[in-house]
Design a protein around this ligand. Structure first.
Ligand SMILES: NC(=O)c1ccc[n+]([C@@H]2O[C@H](COP(=O)([O-])OP(=O)(O)OC[C@H]3O[C@@H](n4cnc5c(N)ncnc54)[C@H](OP(=O)(O)O)[C@@H]3O)[C@@H](O)[C@H]2O)c1
Length: 225
């Protein structure tokens, strides 16, 4: 694929390394693509954005109005999400996928949580908590991913956040009943997992005639047949 990357920080650079490592061509990598000349010159089959919430709308509008498929990994724009989704759905043939966590393992965990949620009335004497563990430099708690996971299993009793050492990211669901437990753990070893997932999403998007939706919605639609 010929990929243009918006965001030249930690994730943008990780994505560039992973993309080039598997033979994709990175045609641009830029932190703040605010000049129209950048878009006029752009030559890419797909744009992947890991930058800053303040420019998500601008990038969405530029890509979709030019018919360029877009993968948005940038977080922090939830307040604008539904309005932008409605706008994008009205653009004929728009191809746009976004997600706060491009790990396919976390997408799988969301599906598992949804299934647990469906079955939870049969476990009314059980309790469930989520424990998220990240490196000690991480400032926000709970993690954005833990908050997203809770949307799939609102009956969680609590989310516990641990900050220690260099841990990239762990989310563990612990379900406890009388005399037994179920534990489901997702562990990210490297932020390359998000770059890899974004490239997977880009490849998937290029195979669609049109798509506007979140990353996990692809998995939900698949599991529902
Ligand atoms: N979806 C996922 O799986 C996933 C995974 C990890 C991270 N993320 C998200 O990806 C985004 C980038 O993360 P990162 O760790 O790469 O961040 P980072 O290292 O801080 O890089 C941010 C990039 O955005 C650009 N930018 C544009 N406008 C900006 C503004 N107003 N303030 C700050 N930066 C601005 C910066 O440009 P300059 O180079 O000019 O400063 C820089 O290139 C974040 O939203 C993060 O939450 C998503």
């Amino acid at each position: 694929m010929r990929v243009a990357i918006i965001g030249a920080g930690q994730m943008g650079e990780a994505l560039r390394r992973v993309a080039e490592g598997v033979g994709h061509q990175v045609t641009a990598i830029v932190g703040r693509p605010l000049e129209e000349a950048f878009w006029d010159r752009l030559s890419a089959e797909v744009v992947i954005d890991f930058s800053h919430a303040s420019q998500v709308r601008f990038v969405v509008e530029r890509c979709l109005s030019r018919g360029i498929p877009l993968v948005t990994g940038t977080t922090g724009w939830t307040a604008e999400e539904e309005e932008l989704r409605r706008w994008a759905k009205a653009v004929p043939g728009a191809r746009w996928i976004w997600g706060g966590n491009f790990s396919r393992g976390v997408a799988l965990l969301k599906l598992i949580l949804q299934k647990v949620h469906d079955l939870w009335p049969l476990f009314s004497d059980w309790e469930g908590v989520l424990v998220e563990t990240h490196h000690s430099r991480k400032k926000d708690a709970p993690s954005g991913t833990a908050i997203e996971l809770q949307r799939f299993f609102p009956a969680l009793k609590a989310i516990y956040s641990l900050r220690v050492g260099q841990i990239v990211g762990e989310h563990a669901l612990l379900l406890s009943g009388m005399g037994e437990e179920v534990e489901i753990l997702h562990r990210a070893h490297d932020r390359k997992v998000f770059a890899d997932g974004a490239l997977w999403a880009a490849h998937w998007l290029l195979q669609q005639n049109a798509y506007v939706g979140r990353f996990e919605e692809v998995f939900l639609a698949h599991s529902q047949g």
